[in-house]
Write a protein that binds this ligand. Structure first.
Ligand code: ZN
Length: 307
């Protein structure tokens, strides 16, 4: 090598170095360079919330980043033949769930598990963490969930009391007080999903999920909100944003985003929008390339982006 370098002129050496660099760039995984949009499959079709209004909004706020192309897979309605729902997951980097309904077929459950285990991303939104109380692997993916007979058998309650507490006391999984604006506080400010954002921000009027419980393994609580007793809450700092892993896959779980009818105030919150956009990118690639928006909510003032 010494001999070769001595024999080459400096300009030839630079040309060789440039060739080497460009070949390395070609070899780099496209996910790191975002050469192509990331492909997202948004799953809906049953929910105790107005998924017909929220799914188009979720698709829109993801696609406005120019990072994602979102397809939607809609299950049969309640009572329908779920064996017909088996979308091909292979084109996608990340699945987003706006689904809270009847169990999927065993075939699709296994395909979904394999997708995440093998490195695909998954993002459950709000009531998606109510779904599938009897599917152990799904509950491992979401970390904590609520309702549908969840209790101490589902796993500990998880909340923040100077550190994350896993509380195995008996009691129901999932409740909420009345809807109100509340402050979201980041607990892992260096995590890529929240890094660079204000560490506390006022969320628009939403349901504040509390008493969530589940396996809570391989789960990092990124943000909490205080469920004040005066609004019907637990008096605890409850987990709102979570990052998890399952096999090689990454999961971003947002408990935010209640909607009932076409009013999507909680999902118009720029804090909801930004953390969802960033969480979907992180779940897909392990990185976040998006810059914080200039209209992000302030610690004492919420900020909405309406259609
Ligand atoms: Zn809700």
């Amino acid at each position: 090598m010494d001999y070769l370098l001595h024999m080459q002129s400096p300009s030839t050496f630079l040309a060789l170095a440039a060739m080497l660099l460009s070949s390395l760039l070609i070899l780099a995984p496209s996910s790191q360079l975002h050469a192509a949009p990331l492909r997202v499959l948004l799953i809906d079709g049953q929910n105790n919330h107005d998924w017909k209004s929220s799914s188009p909004w979720i698709k829109r706020i993801l696609e406005e980043t120019k990072l994602f192309i979102v397809d939607v897979a809609t299950t049969p309605p309640k009572g329908g033949d779920m064996s017909s729902f088996n979308p091909d997951l292979s084109p996608y980097q990340v699945l987003v769930s706006n689904y809270n309904g009847e169990p999927w077929s065993k075939q699709f459950e296994l395909a979904f598990e394999a997708f995440v285990r093998e490195g695909g991303g998954f993002v459950p939104v709000h009531a998606a963490d109510n779904a599938f109380p009897a599917w152990p692997q799904y509950n491992e993916m979401i970390g904590v969930g609520g309702w549908n007979d969840r209790n101490e058998k589902s796993g500990p309650w998880v909340y923040w009391d100077k550190k994350i507490v896993r509380d195995t006391s008996p009691g129901r999984g999932g409740s909420h007080g009345k809807q109100h604006e509340f402050k979201v506080v980041h607990r892992e400010p260096d995590h890529p999903i929240v890094k660079g954002l204000p560490s506390g921000w006022m969320h628009a009027k939403d349901e504040l999920y509390d008493r969530l419980r589940g396996p809570a393994v391989r789960m990092t609580v990124l943000a909490t909100a205080f469920a004040d007793v005066s609004t019907g809450g637990t008096g605890r700092h409850e987990p709102m944003l979570m990052a998890l892993t399952f096999g090689k896959g990454r999961i971003f779980h947002t408990a935010l985003g209640h909607n009932n009818g076409p009013d999507l105030t909680a999902q118009y919150c720029i804090g909801f929008i930004t953390t969802l956009q960033r969480g979907v990118e992180w779940a897909a690639t392990g990185q976040v390339t998006q810059k914080p928006p200039t209209d992000f909510p302030m610690p004492e003032k919420s900020s909405l982006r309406k259609p």
